[in-house]
Write a protein that binds this ligand. Structure first.
Ligand code: SF4
Length: 707
């Protein structure tokens, strides 16, 4: 082995398994548990190491459908096959496990669709390659294969006057394709041209060419029978010496003594672990060299992968059970199963990520056999989430999360991949609120305790509610003024009034301030949960007490009365109560007037009950309206004939003189009798005695007791 001096080595980022090959190999390994007689139609990839490993696990390679037994499971590799192959397998009732690369499937469709419409299909590729045979097998009409411009010129005369559709083998040499495409446009301007060279191939070839341009040697790792590996070599050979190796072992006998810079790339069928072996072998070759920074070069080329490492990468593919990740700075593909993507079991992989997304994951396991790396995104999310939780505890940040479970003593909230326990006493604003009502809801909370060792966190929703309430109260008392109208929600109903939540501050509407008319109970007017507009009657900023009025001035029956009734009007009234000095009668809802005993008839009346009873409807004349004291005097007598009245008055005067002592106490003179509006009749003094003071602007405990 020759030692290298001051030689730098760089590994192409695109080296190794492409998406299609990676998918096919994993599919076979995944099916090992399902079948013990699995066969692949041709080697699954052009790599003897992988093929022999599969053989040891019972997977045989068959060269054609004749070797497939009735009902046998058979894998179609990423190259794809023609339509006739599918038919033959179906006739044998074979279980078809189709690993055809989706990019190849697209070419099959183009070939089939165009040849079905009468196009002759031209395929740029290697006529002997199985992928090209598969594409031809999807043409229902004429198809030609050409490998370069010279081939094309040769078949051109036969193609004259034909409708042409052109596709390419996915691993076709990009520069040769460009030349061919140019010539086709010159020869057949009407031809429909589809550049189906796979990006993975194009990218690998371009990067290899760039690397080769600055290298003394390019080491191409891959199977000697692999078409894309050979093409990679031919691309690089234009720039420097190229060595194709199938394994690292071959390097040990080689001489690189004149090299200052060596590039490494690998074909699409080369497993990551073989590239790694080549890397390590090169490392051994240069290990003892003085001043040689190969280790550093490798460090720069590869991200170290080990169990527990946090890596970044791009999502390559997504299916129902897992996603594949192209890990940055490595040749590895990682797999994240659906259960390791998110801690929400209801989410499918496609709900969490899509191809092209950059993600971070932690390595759970590395398979020695196939180099497959099993990873977890949800663990990284949880790690990051816990870091955020620690920070949130430090600075008091309000977090949000979804309530996933109601457990004994509280609820669990999922927040950035971390499950935070919220004790029942910290979960709701009021102790009697049901925890179940929080399930599946997004809640805001603060972290009140963290156990770093056990990665446990305890939160409080109540803290956030309290702070929000305090902020709302501060804002309310800053701006609230008597007379202002506000919307609120009826929070509780008591005998003496209702409490209204004004958005963090509770105010009391006393029963007399609820309605103008008589009400038996506040619940006659409002219900819990009603949104109502109230007027602030009084605000005590020191004690935090707020009293409110619900009844509206526009509905004030006294104003309605004044607007519609006048002295001397004759109205129909309903007797609502009898007293010794007269009868109270309702004129309109909320307004009663007094028919003094002396105004009941044009004769002396001994008792009010002789003339009226409660519920009677009678015509009366409004004889006086005392606006200052809100009293109304009514008279039935005023509607009686004059002569009778005179007679009776004379009689009444005589009687009154006789009974003056008795009536002076029982029936006050008419002008002094109060004819109160209904609100006064309702004995407000009594209400005031019953109702406690308005509550101080609520804290939590007040809330609880107020209900
Ligand atoms: S090279 Fe491209 S088309 Fe071919 S298998 Fe790989 S990803 Fe698919």
């Amino acid at each position: 082995m020759r030692m290298l001096t001051n030689c730098k080595i760089s590994v192409a980022k695109t080296a190794g398994f492409c998406f299609g090959v990676d998918r096919a190999v994993k599919l076979v390994y995944n099916k090992l548990n399902d079948y013990d007689n699995l066969v692949t139609l041709g080697p699954i990839i052009h790599n003897s190491h992988v093929v022999s490993d599969l053989e040891t696990k019972g997977v045989r390679v068959v060269s054609d459908t004749s070797q497939v037994k009735d009902g046998q499971p058979v894998v179609i590799r990423s190259h794809g096959v023609g339509r006739d192959v599918y038919s033959e397998l179906e006739k044998k009732n074979a279980v078809i496990i189709d690993a055809t690369c989706p990019f190849v499937e697209r070419i099959h469709k183009l070939a089939y669709d165009h040849s079905s419409k009468g196009y002759t299909v031209l395929i740029a590729g290697d006529a002997g390659h199985p992928e090209v045979a598969g594409i031809k097998g999807h043409c229902v009409g004429e198809a030609y294969v050409f490998s370069d411009v010279a081939d094309l010129e040769e078949i051109a005369p036969e193609l004259k006057d034909k409708k042409l559709a052109v596709v390419s083998q996915t691993t076709f040499n990009v520069s040769v394709w460009n030349e061919c495409e140019k010539r086709i446009r010159e020869l057949f301007p009407e031809a429909k041209i589809f550049n189906t060279v796979c990006n993975a191939t194009a990218d690998r070839q371009r990067e290899a060419a760039e690397l080769a341009a600055k290298s003394d040697y390019m080491i191409i790792v891959g199977g000697r029978n692999s078409s894309n590996t050979l093409k990679l070599k031919s691309v690089c050979e234009k720039f420097c010496k190229c060595i194709l190796v199938e394994s690292a072992e071959e390097l040990k006998s080689m001489d690189f003594s004149d090299a200052k810079f060596i590039g490494i790339s690998a074909g699409a069928s080369t497993p990551a672990y073989i590239i790694k072996e080549v890397q390590l072998t090169m490392s051994e070759i240069v290990k003892n060299e003085e001043d040689f920074n190969f280790e550093e070069a490798l460090e720069q080329s590869f991200t170290k992968i080990y169990t527990g490492a946090r890596v970044t990468g791009y999502i390559e593919s997504v299916n129902n059970s897992e996603v594949t990740v192209n890990i940055n700075g490595t040749k590895h593909t990682g797999i994240i199963s659906a259960s390791e993507l998110s801690d929400d079991p209801s989410l499918k992989p496609e709900d969490v990520v899509k191809p092209g997304d950059e993600i971070e994951a932690v390595v759970l396991k590395i398979s020695d056999q196939d180099g497959i790396i099993t990873m977890s995104k949800k663990k990284v999310d949880a790690m990051k989430g816990f870091e955020e939780i620690l920070k949130a505890k430090e600075d008091g940040t309000v977090l949000s999360g979804s309530v996933t479970n109601v457990v004994k003593g509280g609820v669990l909230v999922s927040c950035n991949g971390v499950r935070v326990f919220i004790p029942a006493s910290q979960a709701t604003a009021r102790r009697d609120d049901k925890l179940e009502d929080l399930l599946k809801k997004t809640v805001e909370f603060k972290i009140i305790d963290v156990n770093e060792g056990r990665q446990r966190a305890v939160g409080s929703i109540r803290e956030v509610i309290k702070e929000a309430r305090a902020a709302a109260q501060a804002k309310f008392f800053e701006t609230a003024e008597s007379g202002a109208e506000m919307e609120g929600t009826v929070k509780s109903i008591l005998d003496y009034g209702v409490f209204v939540d004004l958005g963090g501050v509770d105010g009391l509407v006393r029963k007399p301030d609820l309605a103008w008319g008589r009400i038996k109970h506040p619940s006659d007017v409002v219900s819990i949960g009603d949104k109502i507009v109230v007027t602030i009657k009084d605000v005590d900023k020191e004690t935090g007490k707020v009293s409110l009025v619900y009844k509206k001035e526009a509905d004030n029956p006294w104003n309605i009365f004044l607007a519609n009734y006048h002295t001397d009007d004759v109205v129909k009234v309903k007797v609502v109560s009898l007293t010794s000095f007269g009868a109270f009668a309702q004129i309109i809802n909320g307004i009663d007037g007094l028919i003094h005993i002396s105004q009941l008839a044009n004769k002396r009346v001994g008792s009010v009950g002789e003339i009226l009873k409660v519920g009677d409807e009678v015509d009366v004349k409004i004889i006086d309206i005392d606006t200052e004291n809100k009293r109304i005097s009514l008279s039935m007598r005023a509607l009686l004939p004059e002569e009778d009245e005179a007679e009776d008055v004379a009689e009444e005067e005589t009687v009154e003189e006789e009974a003056v002592e008795e009536t002076a106490e029982e029936a006050p003179a008419e002008e002094t009798v109060e004819a109160p509006v209904e609100e006064t009749v309702e004995a407000p003094a009594e209400e005031a005695a019953e109702a406690p003071e308005e509550p101080a602007a609520a804290d939590d405990e007040t809330d609880e007791t107020s209900e």
